[in-house]
Write a protein that binds this ligand. Structure first.
Ligand code: HEM
Length: 399
């Protein structure tokens, strides 16, 4: 073979190596940014909301977050959420080569913490799903349960090969573990990006949180990354510039999609949640729900008007507050009270599409079809892109 051909091949190989390394680094940087934002949001939102004693506020993103009287279930949620923050941060630190090489003792202790947390988050998640009940249908529950089993399996295998001092195999299981744990970030990015691109929920019903896209993504969130990782191992193990270049290009495309998803979920949920977490006003939800329990919905309504007139700066009267209380009541099948609370929100925010959508849902659950339709139609009129309202109206058989 001539020197020119050899030089060309060497150039190609070194380009392929550089491209794969660069794509991997970019991917890791985007995942780390996403993980840091996610962990910071979970710690700030759930940590500060609970620290203020506003336990109802925890239900903003969970169908079965805080349930009064369910000590065991609430404990499982607390373990799940604190484990979420720890596992994200510990996993990230395990993968940074500079930390691993310079601080081996830290790597070992952090690794133990990571593995213990892999079990606590999975077991608490399984309990929340199968014993306590959560949103989603059976296929979604099976998908999330397989994820829990894989997290525990990968953690055990990573530990086993570390103890056997087989570091090549240990690294592979540790990377698999990192990807399955990161699936919690991938699924959020995937759902929000698809919703954004589709101008509304894509392939699922937001009221029941079920549908073909959710079934797909519940499994794809970890099976797809695991498959890509196996291809990556092959590209690393076997010679061949085209294989590495193809891998680098594929990884780059996935990274761009992931970055876009992280941006959308940050703007839609994480940034507002962090802002809400550091808002020092008292939550109107806690005050009203205490009155609701002790004196009934008429008194709660009176108290709302009175506090709004006399202490507007002390309490948080934002749109999401009465919505949280309304949905807590809907989930407890207290539809009449939910309607009264959500009507207050419509009075306060008559230009918000979302408040009519929520009131429509309360009426639909209460079996009041005409008012459910009227509210969904009003919601759609204010925001023609509200696909959730379109789906609800179809369910209510309005063309
Ligand atoms: C290891 C990665 C995981 C992380 C970081 C994580 C994180 C979270 C977070 C932050 C929430 C609160 C909802 C939100 O703010 O988005 C949550 C809820 C939940 N998680 Fe996980 N989770 C993980 C794995 C799992 C697994 C494997 C299962 C199932 C076995 C599971 C089951 C649940 C359930 C049932 C809820 C409550 C859903 C509801 O009631 O609406 N999680 N998780």
């Amino acid at each position: 073979m001539s020197t020119a051909v050899w030089t060309n091949r060497l150039d190609m190989t070194s380009f392929a190596d550089t491209a794969l390394k660069a794509a991997t680094r970019l991917w890791f940087a985007v995942v780390v940014i996403g993980q840091l934002l996610f962990a910071f949001t979970v710690a700030s939102f759930y940590g500060l909301t609970a620290a203020r004693g506003n336990f109802q506020g925890l239900n903003k993103f969970m169908s079965h977050g805080y349930i009064p009287g369910d000590g065991m279930g609430n404990f499982a949620v607390a373990i799940h959420l604190s484990s979420a923050v720890i596992i994200i941060l510990a996993g990230m630190l395990q993968l940074v080569p500079q930390i691993r090489n310079r601080f081996p003792v830290f790597h070992r202790w952090n690794g133990r913490l990571y593995i213990v947390t892999a079990f606590t988050i999975s077991l608490a998640g399984l309990y929340m799903m199968w014993v306590r009940g959560s949103v989603g249908d059976l296929p979604q529950h099976l998908g999330a349960s397989l994820m829990a089993v894989l997290i525990m399996l990968c953690a055990s295998m990573a530990l086993r090969y570390a103890l056997a001092r087989d570091f090549k195999t240990h690294r592979r299981w540790a990377l698999r573990l990192y990807l399955v744990v990161s699936a919690s970030l991938f699924i959020r990015a995937g759902i929000f990006l698809s919703t954004f691109l589709n101008h509304g929920p894509f392939g699922f019903d937001p009221a029941t949180f079920t549908g073909p896209f959710l079934t797909f993504i519940t499994f794809a969130q970890y099976l797809l990354p695991l498959a890509v990782l196996e291809l990556y191992f092959r590209a690393q193990d076997r010679p061949g510039a085209p294989r590495r270049i193809a891998m680098a290009a594929g990884l780059f495309v996935l990274t761009v999609a992931l970055g876009a998803g992280i941006l959308v979920v940050s703007m839609a949920v994480w940034v507002p949640s962090v802002k809400a977490a550091y808002d020092n006003r008292k939550s109107i939800v806690e005050t009203l729900s205490a009155t609701l329990e002790s004196a009934g919905v008429d008194q709660a309504e009176k108290q709302y008007h009175q506090l709004k007139a006399t202490a507007p700066a002390t309490y948080n009267f934002d749109e999401d507050q009465l919505n949280i209380l309304g949905y807590t009541l809907i989930r407890a099948n207290r539809f009449k009270e939910a309607i009264r609370i959500l009507q207050l929100n419509v009075e306060a925010y008559p230009q918000s599409s979302n408040v009519y959508d929520s009131l429509g849902e309360a009426y639909m659950n209460d079996g009041n079809k005409p008012l459910a339709i009227a509210n969904y139609q009003k919601s759609l009129q204010l925001n023609p892109k509200n696909r959730g309202a379109v789906v609800a109206l179809q369910k209510l058989s309005v063309p």
